[in-house]
Ligand binder design. Structure first.
Ligand code: ADP
Ligand code: MG
Length: 236
């Protein structure tokens, strides 16, 4: 097990964004998280990555309690995440965006050139290395964001709705890249996605949140027939 949360709750003012969330991510797997808008998915990522602390509960990464650590400390331990809205500096090159992404995220500076070179190779981004980010399409921008994570040499990669805004072809290309990172790169992946078919296709296990609570945790195919999941996705 690489990541475990126990009883995670998060309150914003009067809003209970997360309530008693338990999850366990196994080393080497692709773990999917789904749920309607506002379910608390990004909040869960923020809590796990140390953007802000949970109101209650604990987070164990690689056997270590990281609940009270800051995001840069968590990054150093090997957990990296992308944001739901891709953020680049438009007038900086791809290379410099990755460099800034790594250092802002808290990644180590020593050996950064080699790590960026390996990430660019691994994601086949060498041809855009010196382009300004403003010239990139959304798909390539998302790969660049992922490269910044890989350049930290993370062991857990967390992707927040990476397929949003992509075409059907780009979605299947992106999923192929995620499998490559997972299988050939040996990186555990935790991925939020609301396109259920894609998530079922790629995940070893899926957790579904609704109103901050876990309503499903287990076999991906099982969500198609689970009454609570059907209710959330199809019922009004
Ligand atoms: P999801 O990613 O599943 O769409 P979020 O985790 O972004 O949902 O949001 C869950 C709920 O928490 C929403 O009602 C949202 O408005 C609220 N929320 C998220 N982040 C904050 C914040 N930093 N401050 C206040 N409320 C927030
Ligand atoms: Mg979100």
């Amino acid at each position: 097990m690489i990541l475990k949360t126990e009883g995670i709750s998060k309150v914003f003012g009067k809003l209970q964004a997360l309530l008693d969330v338990d999850l366990e991510v196994e080393q080497g797997e692709i773990f999917g998280i789904a749920g309607p808008n506002g379910a608390g998915k990004s909040t869960l990522f923020n809590v796990m990555a140390g953007t802000f602390p949970p109101t209650a509960g604990s987070i164990i990464f690689d056997g270590r309690d990281i609940t009270a650590l800051k995001s840069h400390q968590i990054c150093r331990l090997g957990l990296a995440r992308t944001f739901q809205v891709p953020q680049t500096f438009p007038s900086l090159t791809v290379y410099d965006n990755i460099r800034v992404g790594v250092t802002f995220g808290g990644g180590r500076k020593r050996g950064i050139r080699d790590r960026i070179a390996r990430a660019l190779d691994f994601l086949d981004l060498n041809s855009v290395r010196d382009l300004e980010a403003s010239n990139l399409d959304l798909y390539t921008t998302k790969l660049v964001m992922m490269a910044a994570c890989l350049a930290t040499e993370c062991r857990l990669l967390m992707l927040d709705e990476p397929l949003a805004g992509l075409s059907v072809t780009e979605i299947s290309d992106f999923l192929r890249v995620v499998r490559h990172v997972n299988r050939d790169g040996g990186t555990t992946v935790l991925m939020i996605e609301h396109i259920l078919d894609s998530l079922i296709d790629i995940s070893n296990r899926i957790l579904i949140l609704d109103n901050g609570e876990v309503i499903y945790n287990g076999d991906p195919e099982g969500i198609r027939t689970d009454p609570r999941v059907i209710d959330v996705y199809l019922g009004d």
